[in-house]
Design a protein around this ligand. Structure first.
Ligand SMILES: O=C(O)[C@H](O)C(=O)CO
Ligand SMILES: [Mg+2]
Length: 247
């Protein structure tokens, strides 16, 4: 398997360009970001060019909450955040943006999210526009919570570019049955992330067997790098024992 280092959680003790170099030295083939906006895109791009790593994605800003795109009345702000993320992604050579929905509920929020996602897809037809269900313990009140809801939104956005960020950690907490969820969602998955459950640590602990999950992902023919989005319980390099097991 190939892995992408999520630099929102891994090597957060150093500047992003150095974190990219550390990910390369550890054997990752790609990196992904949460909110890299404080680092000039050209510095990130230079480190990517130097190491040959691929950049898989950036998130839209959180705003007051966990994103803006499902907040009725905040369309201008949400679309500015989408444009900012797309511009940054283009500048670093990344092909995906995760559009964060925010804390909201109800029909109006749903319609707003769909419209903002159409805006993102139409603004950047070459980009994968990711949406990600988050679990209700870590992000109570977040608009998008299940893969079924995400698939319904994706269908109604009705654009080829919009895809599901399948985070095994969140989806295990929100109902589990992960093997079936993977099979059912496969046609709309744009990226896969993982962490142990419930601690959100390295994948060789917890209630979820990544031996099984990764084997199923490979069996399904998924070839893109999987996003290591976990919170190291010590120095990141000391938590990477799992990589040798799964590579
Ligand atoms: O927390 C996550 O799983 C996300 O992938 C994210 O991008 C930030 O909320
Ligand atoms: Mg995630």
């Amino acid at each position: 398997m190939k892995f992408s280092a999520n630099l929102g959680f891994l090597w957060t003790d150093r500047p992003l360009p150095d974190a990219i170099r550390a990910a390369h030295a550890a054997g990752f083939v790609a990196v992904e970001f949460h909110w890299p906006y404080d680092t000039p895109a050209e510095d990130v791009r230079a480190a990517l060019d130097e190491t040959g790593l691929t950049a898989l994605g950036v998130n839209t800003i959180r705003g007051e909450g966990n994103g803006l795109s499902a907040l009725p009345g905040h369309e201008a702000e949400a679309q500015a955040a989408i444009q900012q993320a797309i511009a940054y992604a283009r500048a670093i050579g990344s092909g995906a943006v995760h559009v964060m929905a925010g804390f909201a509920e109800g029909l109006q929020a749903d319609a707003t999210f769909v419209e903002n996602l159409r805006f993102a897809c139409d603004h950047a037809p070459e980009m994968t526009i990711l949406i990600e269900p988050l679990n209700h313990h870590d992000a109570p009140g977040y608009f998008l919570t299940t893969s079924a809801q995400a698939r319904d939104v994706i269908e109604r956005v009705d654009r080829a570019g919009v895809k599901l960020m399948f985070d095994c950690y969140h989806l295990q907490i929100m109902g589990g049955d992960l093997t079936r969820q993977l099979r059912d969602c496969l046609p709309v998955i744009g990226h896969i992330q993982f962490a142990s459950v419930p601690e959100r640590g390295a994948p060789d602990a917890g209630e979820l067997s990544y031996d099984h999950v990764f084997a199923e992902i490979a069996r399904l023919g998924w070839e893109m790098p999987l996003g290591a989005e976990y919170k190291p319980d010590s120095d990141t390099d000391a938590t990477l024992g799992w990589m040798a097991r799964y590579r």
